[in-house]
Design a protein around this ligand. Structure first.
Ligand SMILES: C[S@@+](CC[C@H](N)C(=O)[O-])C[C@H]1O[C@@H](n2cnc3c(N)ncnc32)[C@H](O)[C@@H]1O
Length: 221
């Protein structure tokens, strides 16, 4: 039986492992800022975010491989999050949460240094010059990541879009960050890092259509 968008929205509203923060004006809203480990996960394990997670391929696979870490997939599209959240529930993955929210508000929901690591997987490249500020590696977003990560906290970035990849490397350097790993063609260079071969839904499509997948790892302080 296929399930429609409305039913998916009803499901995610009922899932206790999916949080929805879409009413940013709400006064007195109970935000878990600074309390993710204790109140949401009930442990003191490190936290990894997957931004623009879609169906959460990295969130799920990393959570399966590392049960002693906490994983949070973030995206604004509820129907996509539903897929990942349903899998996490079926597999009883206790170390997974999803948040439906605009990433633009990240630093209102996570305290300084509260996050240990970030993955940005196949974020929209926003090719039009006027849309550059919407890119998840534009200075506005880097500033937020710097706030929520401790010094040395790693950001992993994967994309199929070469102009977006080059933009990201320039943006990080201009921001004063440092790129510690740069792989322009993951599947040709075959790096010795098995995590880079986890494939997201969009990545599978890009590979099928012959696109090159690039990756970089960077730090902002
Ligand atoms: C191209 S899809 C990639 C999804 C997934 N990472 C994958 O590789 O299959 C990009 C995702 O980024 C999300 N997105 C883009 N900008 C966002 C923002 N500012 N806040 C939240 N989600 C955003 C979109 O909703 C979309 O699901």
């Amino acid at each position: 039986m296929t399930i429609n968008k409305l039913e998916r929205f009803e499901d995610i509203a009922a899932f206790s492992h999916v949080l929805e923060y879409t009413d940013y004006q709400q006064k007195g809203a109970d935000k878990p800022t600074g309390r993710w480990r204790e109140n949401i996960f009930g442990n003191s394990n490190p936290i990894t975010l997957e931004l623009a997670c879609g169906t959460g391929a990295y969130t799920l696979e990393l959570a399966r491989r590392h049960p002693k870490r906490n994983y949070i997939g973030i995206d604004i599209k509820g129907a996509r999050i539903w897929k990942g959240a349903k899998k996490a529930k079926e597999e009883n993955l206790k170390n997974v949460r999803f948040i439906r929210m605009f990433i633009d508000h990240l630093d209102e929901y996570f305290a300084r240094d509260e996050v240990n690591e970030i993955w940005i997987t196949f974020a929209d490249p926003f090719p039009r010059a006027g849309d550059r500020k919407k890119r998840l590696t534009s200075p506005k977003f880097l500033k937020q990541y710097k706030h929520i990560l401790p010094p040395g906290g790693a950001i992993h970035f994967k994309t199929d879009d070469t102009p977006f990849f080059n933009y990201t490397c320039r943006s990080v350097e201009k921001f004063g960050g440092s790129i510690t790993k740069k792989i322009t063609n993951v599947y040709a260079e075959k790096p010795n890092d098995e995590l880079l071969f986890i494939q997201t839904a969009y990545e599978k499509r890009h590979i099928e259509s012959g696109k090159t997948i690039s990756y970089c790892k960077f730090m902002l302080s």
